[in-house]
Write a protein that binds this ligand. Structure first.
Ligand code: XMP
Length: 434
C-alpha cells in the first residue's frame, strides 16, 4: 500500500467506520487500529499522515477505563482528538451530526493539517493488491470457494487478474440456489473469464440430508456442515494447493472486534476454517467496505447483475421453503422467486429495494382451478428496505406491479393457488421467515 493513510484509533465507538468511510470518500485511505497500538507498531505502518482518536478519556469497555498509550504522541503526527479533553491533539466537543459539516472538518484535518495526498482510488487499490497477491503467492496455487455472492465473485475476478490459472475455484451447488445462479457462475467465470472452475452439483446429497427436517436451525446446521464437507472433499482431490482465498471484507474484521473493542459478533469468515486443512489465507478484499467491493468488481469487469446483487442467505431457498423441504415446493419457491425478480427488474425496483423474495409455507388451502376444487400451496411475497438488517420496513409495492406478479405466479407456477403479501416490519417479524 503506497497510499497515504489516516489511522483511527479504536476506543470502541461505532462512529469509527462512518469516519473511515468519509475519509476514503475524500480520496485518502483510512483504517481503524486498536487503541493500544505501540509507538513501534505505529512507526512500522507506512505512509501514516495523521491520527484520529475518537472517544473520551474515561472511556469504559467492560468496566475498564481505556485510552491510547502516551508514547504515541512522540510519533509527532497531527492528531484529531474528539470528545476528549486529554493531552496533545486538537480538541473538539463532538463530531458534527451533518455529513457536510463532518466532511468539511475531516477535509481540513487530512489535507491542511496532515498534508495527505488524495491518492486512494479503486484503480490504485487493484494495482497494489494484484502486486501484493503475486508477492504472497509466488508460483503456488490458491483455492477459492466461489458461491456466486458479491464478495467471493470479486475475489475470484481479482485473483484471476493477479495469478490466472494458479487459482482454482470450487462452486458447490447445494440445490438451494436461485434460478439460473449456478449457470451464471459457470458462464461468467469459466466461459467468459477462463477460470479453472470445479463445478459440483451436490443438490441430491443436500436434499437427502434435509429430508424430513423441519426445524429451521437444524436445517441451517445441516446445510452449513454439508457445505464444508463437500468443499473439503473437492479440496482433497486437488494437489499442491497452499492457499485458501476468502471474501473477508473490512466490516467482518471490524465487527469481529479489533483487539480493543468488545466483540460485536464473530463472523464465519474470520477464524472459521476447517481445522485440518492447512492453508494460508489470501484475503484481498479485507480492507474494503461493501460499496467499495462492488466498485472493485465493476472495475474488474463483472456484470452488474453479479456486483449489485441483493443479499442472499447462505442456506438459500432452504429457509424459504418452510418446514421440511420437498421437491415440489422447492421448485415453486424457485420459480416464483424468478418471476418476482423479473418483474422487479421490469418495474425498476431491483436497484431500489434492499431484499425481495418469495416464501412457500408447508400448508395448503382450498381454491378453484378449471372449475374444479384444488388444494394447493400459497406463495408469500416479501420486499424490505433496511440499512443494517437489524430493523427493516416493507417496500410498498404499487398495486399494478403486485397484481402482475400475482397473475404470473398463479398462471406459471405449478401447485400454487394463492399469493399473499407480507406487510410486517422487522421487528416484529424477521426478514426471512425461518
Ligand atoms: P433476518 O431474517 O434475521 O435476516 O431478519 C437478516 C438478514 O440476514 C440474512 N440471513 C442469513 N444470511 N445465513 C446468511 O448468510 C443465514 O442463515 C441467514 N439468515 C438470515 C437475511 O437474508 C437478511 O438479509
Amino acid at each position: 500500500m503506497k497510499q497515504d493513510r489516516i489511522l483511527i484509533l479504536d476506543l470502541g465507538s461505532t462512529e469509527n467506520t462512518v469516519i473511515a468511510r468519509a475519509i476514503r470518500e475524500l480520496g485518502v485511505y483510512s483504517e481503524i487500529y486498536p487503541h493500544d497500538i505501540t509507538l513501534e507498531e505505529l512507526k512500522a505502518i507506512p505512509n501514516v499522515r495523521g491520527l484520529i482518536i475518537n472517544g473520551g478519556p474515561n472511556h469504559i469497555v467492560d468496566g475498564q477505563e481505556i485510552f491510547v498509550r502516551g508514547e504515541i504522541y512522540a510519533a509527532s503526527l497531527p492528531i484529531l482528538c474528539v470528545a476528549h479533553a486529554g493531552a496533545g491533539g486538537r480538541q473538539l466537543a463532538a463530531w458534527p451530526a451533518e455529513k457536510a459539516a463532518l466532511e468539511a472538518l475531516l477535509r481540513d484535518f487530512i489535507f491542511a493539517e496532515c498534508g495527505a495526498e488524495p491518492n486512494w482510488n479503486m484503480q490504485n487499490f487493484i494495482a497494489d493488491e494484484i502486486e501484493a497477491v503475486r508477492e504472497q503467492v509466488g508460483d503456488r496455487r490458491v483455492l477459492l470457494a466461489l458461491s456466486g455472492g458479491v464478495d467471493s465473485s470479486v475475489v475470484a475476478a481479482l485473483l484471476l487478474k493477479a495469478i490466472g490459472r494458479q487459482l482454482t475455484c470450487v462452486h458447490v451447488n447445494h440445490g438451494l440456489l436461485r434460478k439460473g445462479e449456478a449457470e451464471q457462475v459457470v458462464d461468467v467465470f469459466q466461459k467468459q473469464l477462463g477460470a479453472d472452475l470445479v463445478y459440483v452439483d451436490a443438490s441430491e446429497r443436500f436434499l437427502q440430508k434435509l429430508a424430513g427436517v423441519a426445524d429451521p436451525e437444524q436445517k441451517r446446521k445441516i446445510i452449513g456442515a454439508e457445505f464444508i464437507r463437500v468443499f473439503e472433499e473437492e479440496a482433497r482431490k486437488l494437489e499442491g494447493i497452499d492457499f485458501l482465498a476468502q471474501g473477508t471484507i473490512y466490516p467482518d474484521i471490524v465487527e469481529s472486534g479489533t483487539k480493543t473493542a468488545k466483540m460485536v459478533k464473530s463472523h464465519h469468515n474470520v477464524g472459521g476454517l476447517p481445522e485440518d486443512l492447512k492453508f494460508s489465507l489470501v484475503e484481498p478484499l479485507k480492507q474494503l467496505f461493501k460499496d467499495e467491493v462492488r466498485e472493485c468488481g465493476k472495475q474488474l469487469g463483472l456484470p452488474d447483475e453479479m456486483v449489485y446483487r441483493q443479499p442472499f442467505p447462505g442456506p438459500g431457498l432452504g429457509v424459504r421453503c418452510l418446514g421440511a423441504i420437498t421437491r415440489d415446493r422447492l421448485e415453486a419457491v424457485r420459480e416464483s422467486d424468478a418471476i418476482l425478480r423479473e418483474e422487479f427488474r421490469n418495474a425498476g425496483l431491483d436497484q431500489k429495494v434492499w431484499q425481495y423474495f418469495t416464501v412457500i409455507p408447508d400448508f395448503r388451502s382450498v381454491g378453484v382451478k378449471d372449475n374444479a376444487r384444488c388444494f394447493e400451496y400459497p406463495v408469500i411475497l416479501r420486499a424490505v428496505n433496511t440499512v443494517d438488517a437489524m430493523t427493516a420496513t416493507i417496500e410498498q409495492i404499487d398495486w399494478p406491479v403486485l397484481l402482475r406478479i400475482t397473475d404470473r405466479i398463479l398462471k406459471e407456477v405449478a401447485g400454487v393457488n394463492r399469493v399473499c403479501y407480507d406487510l410486517s416490519p422487522k421487528p416484529t417479524a424477521t426478514i426471512e421467515w425461518e
